[in-house]
Design a protein around this ligand. Structure first.
Ligand SMILES: [Zn+2]
Length: 270
């Protein structure tokens, strides 16, 4: 059985219920690790707890999601740095920019995002970026505050042109099952062009539900179970004309390169 890594989910989300059976189902489905992303200060402690309960299985990511940018309270930057220093395996996210929502506005989102870019760069940690209908604002943010040496564009739904602009900056791109919907086939086309050593897999559970035929672990109210990853990955492998085993090995190596085995001597930090 191929072994998979879910490079982006939200196991702390109350919509998934008790994390214990969720983690057990993931292990049964061949998922050997996952990255759990906080979304606002209010769930940092939950993500921390999960990482402590499942060492080696859960990698924590702490940050503020653009939808929650207006909830940041005084001193949040210092508390974020403290958490990142407490957990050397942790990184920054989920953060980014979203032009699909009308509130909070980019004016509120931008400073919160740029602060997280700065912290990631200063601490030399990877960062997980959410960008939706926000490509030019994203590049504007990068001009003011360059990203750290490696970053993940999670649930990447951009074009090949956008990917080409992000690649030289250090981007990795994770594929989520939502893009298996036939109306989203352009995203699969983009993933066929992205260099293989920059591709990762994710569920974004409990969000980004794949089409029905790829759901192996159904949940109520259209929630996405992270154990659906194996079936999502198998579908991506088919689209890339490789075996699931090759995709599993490739994405596990890429994941290690992105988040774990960073060699400070191997890339220019400008
Ligand atoms: Zn997410």
């Amino acid at each position: 059985m191929p072994l998979w890594i879910d490079s982006h989910n939200h196991l702390q989300d109350a919509r998934l219920g008790d994390p214990q059976p969720v983690v057990a189902a993931m292990r049964d489905a061949g998922i050997e690790q996952c990255v759990v992303n906080a979304t606002h200060e209010g769930d940092w402690a939950d993500v921390e707890q999960l990482a402590n309960d499942h060492p080696g299985f859960i990698t924590p990511v702490f940050g503020i999601h653009p939808w929650r940018a207006d909830t940041a309270t005084t001193g949040w930057e210092n508390r974020l740095v403290d958490l990142l220093e407490k957990y050397p395996q942790s990184s920054v996210g989920e953060c980014g920019l979203d032009g699909w929502i009308s509130s909070p506005s980019f004016d509120v989102q931008q400073p919160v995002f740029q602060t997280q870019l700065r912290i990631a760069r200063e601490l030399d940690r990877p960062i997980t970026i959410h960008a939706l209908k926000a490509w030019e604002p994203l590049f504007e943010a990068f001009e003011k505050q360059p990203p750290p040496r490696r970053f993940l564009m999670h649930s990447f739904g951009g074009s090949w042109e956008i990917a080409q602009r992000l690649l030289p900056l250090g981007a990795f791109f994770s594929f989520s099952g939502y893009f298996l919907h036939s109306r989203k086939s352009a995203v699969l086309e983009t993933f066929r062009k992205i260099p293989r050593d920059r591709i990762l897999l994710e569920t974004d559970a409990p969000d980004m539900l794949p089409p029905a035929e790829f759901i192996t672990h159904p949940l109520a109210e259209n929630r996405n179970h992270p154990a659906n990853l194996a079936s999502i990955a198998t579908a991506l492998a088919k689209s890339l004309d490789i075996t699931p085993e090759v995709l599993a090995n490739m994405t596990r190596e890429n994941h290690a390169c992105w988040i774990s085995d960073f060699n400070p001597n191997s890339s220019a930090s400008d």
